[in-house]
Every structure is written in structure tokens, then in C-alpha cells.
Design a protein around this ligand. Structure first.
Ligand SMILES: Cc1ncc(COP(=O)(O)O)c(C=O)c1O
Length: 424
């Protein structure tokens, strides 16, 4: 660790913070967004029109997909995609245990049953070996999440899906612009979904999109997001049980501008992450997310690493995060528990709707009990190891990245003093 520059005490112990530049604001917007919003306002055309279509086309093209169907958020996008693929009552869907709750609740919303799969320590993405051990005759699909924007090994997913004859859903809610072997994620299987909620790298406050190359999936997804209407049907003709999940023209206008900013922002995040990687790789107990060489672009929704207290020495993850924040670096431990650890899963005994399912007699017996689910890597990440830095930090300048790395090096250097000071 040749870079250590300060012998000043830790900020938590009365010293000066290593990082004094504030984290860049998020969301980023300018006159372009203002102008675009005003144009919509004055046009009087506020509803699901040309801008929504333009954004859908632009986003689909950006991800190398033929079709883009916008909707109100990334949670609904997952539900609509699964319904469009025919996933429903009686089906089991393999889902990573380490993800946002919506990856799994969306499966319940379509009356299917989520089966939790552990993640890999090296990249925090779904572990296919564990998935294999969970296959039953009801396993219908595999949902992968490109966690923090890092694509899962899609070649391995392809081999796995072919072997077990599974459909694949890509939850790409963190992966705007991420590419596997030069191709946008979300298109290698039947479809992918994205979120544009305010914490995301491209946002309109809320919003989502489904992308696919399959026309039937696209048509059904369009209908389901648009009250079950069909392309050539009459206005009050409803072919499917859908919902009103539409975007507004205001949202689309902002998203078009945000998309124009994304390329340069992604490049900057990648450059800054590369700088941090070089410095942090040298610190004992800091395990970076390993990126496969076939990942050709990565969104970096989070800069994430595993903190192994036994190797770092003296302090635990939560003290480390407090010390880091005192040094001026925003950090979080992320999820409190794997998805299944939430009360809504621990207390769940039947997949909602299954008891009333008219189509599958067998569904009546589809009881669930997640109290014995155990995914050790996901549990360790939540309780003791995960450290998340927000993507806005990666929009800082090189000086700020040097300061972030210096803050972590400083905590390592002073870990013994920190342990003594925080001992209860
Ligand atoms: C992995 C993942 N999937 C799905 C979603 C749901 O997206 P939204 O908040 O737009 O409903 C999120 C949101 O954070 C997410 O992180």
C-alpha cells in the first residue's frame, strides 16, 4: 500500500476527513431536461405519445433489442414480462437470494413460487451450481439479476437453461448499458427489465421498461401495460386482463435527455472504478467484485466489495462503514437480510392466489415455508460483509477517487486504534 498519504488520526477519532469534496449530486439534470419538460407542458400532449415511443425505440436500440415496452416501474416490468412469457400458477422460478425484494415478489405477483438461490462470493451474482441443486419438475424459469450492473456469465446461463429447458428472465434493473461480449444485457434470452427509479443511473423519478426480441412477448407486454388493449382493437375492447402501467410524456421527455447523458457518465464511472480497484485490491480484507473479461461495459450502479473482518483485522464491517462515512465517503451495508429473511417471506405459507387458482388443481397444495431457506453467502454479505458505495460517487473527479482510496487505506492503517476506541 504505497499510496498512504496521511498520518492524521481518523476523522471518527477527531482527525481531519480524508475526503472533503462532497459527493456529486444525484440526479443530474440541466437545461435540456428543463426545456424538454416545458415543451411537453406547452404542447398539451401529456399522455403516452410520441416521446414515449421515441424513448422506447431509443432505449431498445441502445440495448440491441428489437422492442421496448415502457411501464411505470421496474417491479411491474418484471411482472409483465413473466406474464407475457406465460409464467404463472404452479411454476417455480429460481431467483437470487441477494437482490431487491421486487425480484422475488414479482414472482409471487404472477402466482408462481420463488425459489431462492445463493450468490457467488466473487461477483455477487447467482450461483448456478446451487441453482442446479434446487431444480424440481416444477422449475420453469431462472431469473438472473446483473447485480450492481455486473453482467452474470451469460454463456454459462445459456448452457444451464438449455440443459434444464428453462426460460430466462434478466432483471437488469441495475444494468443500463451493461454489455456481455459487446451486446446489451436483457436481449440474450426472452427479455429483460430495467428500472428508472430515482436512485438509478438513468431516472425520471419512477419508470421502467421491458426489452425483448420476441414479437409475441412484446405484443402481450404492450397489451398488459395498456389495460389489455390490442394494437388494432377498439378503444374499449380489452383482450387481456392488464393494468394501466403507462409512462407519461413528461417522464419520457426526461428519460430521453438522461439517456443522452448516460454514455459519458458510464465511461466516467468505469474509469473511476478502475482507479479504485487498483488501489483497494492491495488492502487485506477488501474483496472486489470480480469482472469477467467478457463483460465489455458495466454500468456500476454500485461500487461494491466484500469486507472480511478477519483479514482486515480488529474492526467489523459496521464500524468500518461508520469510519468511512466520517472520512467523508458515503457508504452503506446494503440489504438487511437476503430476500427470504424479510418477514413477508418468513411468515408466508401459501403463494397468494394459488388456493383460488381455477386452472391448476395441484396449486391448492402449493404451500411454501421459507423459514428453512439458507443461502450462506447472501447471509454473510448482509450481516457482515457487503459494503456499497453509491454510483454518484463515481462521477467525482480523479482527486476525489484518490481521496476515497486514501480514506480506506487510512482506516486500515488506524484499525487498531479504532478498535480500541470503539470497544464497548
Ligand atoms: C434488482 C432490482 N430489481 C427490481 C427493482 C424494482 O424497480 P422499481 O423500484 O423501479 O420498481 C429494483 C429496484 O431497486 C432492483 O434493485
Amino acid at each position: 500500500m504505497k499510496h498512504i498519504t496521511t498520518s492524521s488520526p481518523l476523522a471518527m477519532l477527531g482527525g481531519k476527513p480524508a475526503c472533503v469534496t462532497p459527493t456529486p449530486d444525484w440526479p443530474v439534470f440541466g437545461r435540456e431536461e428543463e426545456q424538454a419538460l416545458l415543451e411537453v407542458l406547452h404542447s398539451g400532449k401529456w399522455w403516452y405519445g410520441d416521446r414515449v415511443r421515441a424513448f422506447e425505440e431509443a432505449y431498445a436500440a441502445f440495448h440491441d433489442a428489437r422492442y421496448g415496452i415502457s411501464c411505470c416501474n421496474g417491479s411491474v416490468a418484471l411482472e409483465v414480462l413473466m406474464r407475457s412469457m406465460g409464467i404463472g400458477a404452479g411454476d417455480e422460478v429460481l431467483v437470487p437470494a441477494y437482490t431487491f425484494i421486487a425480484s422475488a415478489t414479482s414472482v409471487l405477483m404472477v402466482n408462481a413460487r420463488p425459489v431462492f438461490v445463493d450468490v457467488n462470493e466473487m461477483d455477487f451474482n447467482l450461483n448456478l451450481e446451487h441453482a442446479e441443486s434446487l431444480i424440481t419438475e416444477k422449475t420453469r424459469a431462472l431469473m438472473v439479476v446483473h447485480f450492481a450492473g455486473l453482467p452474470i456469465d451469460l454463456d454459462a446461463v445459456r448452457a444451464f437453461a438449455d440443459k434444464h429447458k428453462l426460460r430466462v428472465i434478466e432483471d437488469a434493473a441495475h444494468a443500463w448499458g451493461s454489455q456481455w461480449k459487446g451486446v446489451g444485457v436483457g436481449t440474450q434470452f426472452e427479455g429483460g427489465t430495467f428500472s428508472f427509479q430515482v436512485s438509478k443511473n438513468i431516472t425520471a423519478g419512477e419508470g421502467g421498461i421491458i426489452i425483448t426480441n420476441n414479437k409475441d412477448t412484446a405484443d402481450l407486454a404492450r397489451s398488459l401495460t395498456h389495460c389489455g388493449r390490442t394494437l388494432n382493437g377498439a378503444w374499449y375492447e380489452h383482450r387481456h386482463i392488464g393494468g394501466n402501467y403507462r409512462l407519461t410524456e413528461f417522464q419520457a421527455a426526461i428519460l430521453l435527455q438522461q439517456l443522452a447523458r448516460l454514455e459519458a457518465q458510464t465511461r466516467k464511472r468505469e474509469e473511476n472504478a478502475a482507479h479504485l480497484n487498483t488501489r483497494l485490491a492491495e488492502i487485506p480484507g477488501i474483496h472486489l467484485q470480480q469482472t469477467d473479461a467478457r463483460v465489455t461495459r458495466r454500468s456500476y450502479h454500485l461500487y461494491m466489495f466484500r469486507f472480511v473482518a478477519e483479514e482486515f483485522g480488529h474492526i467489523d464491517r459496521d464500524i468500518f462503514i461508520r469510519a468511512l462515512e466520517a472520512e467523508g465517503v458515503p457508504a452503506s451495508p446494503g440489504y438487511l437480510s437476503p430476500v427470504y429473511g424479510n418477514r413477508c417471506f418468513q411468515e408466508l405459507r401459501h403463494v397468494p392466489g394459488l388456493r383460488n387458482c381455477l386452472h391448476h388443481a395441484a396449486c391448492a397444495e402449493a404451500a411454501v415455508d421459507y423459514s428453512r431457506t439458507h443461502c450462506p453467502v447472501a447471509e454473510r454479505l448482509c450481516s457482515a460483509q457487503a459494503v456499497w458505495l453509491p454510483h454518484a460517487l463515481l462521477l467525482g473527479d480523479q482527486e476525489q477517487m484518490r481521496a476515497v482510496a486514501a480514506a480506506i487505506e487510512k482506516i486500515y492503517q488506524h484499525r487498531e486504534a479504532l478498535a480500541t476506541a470503539t470497544m464497548t
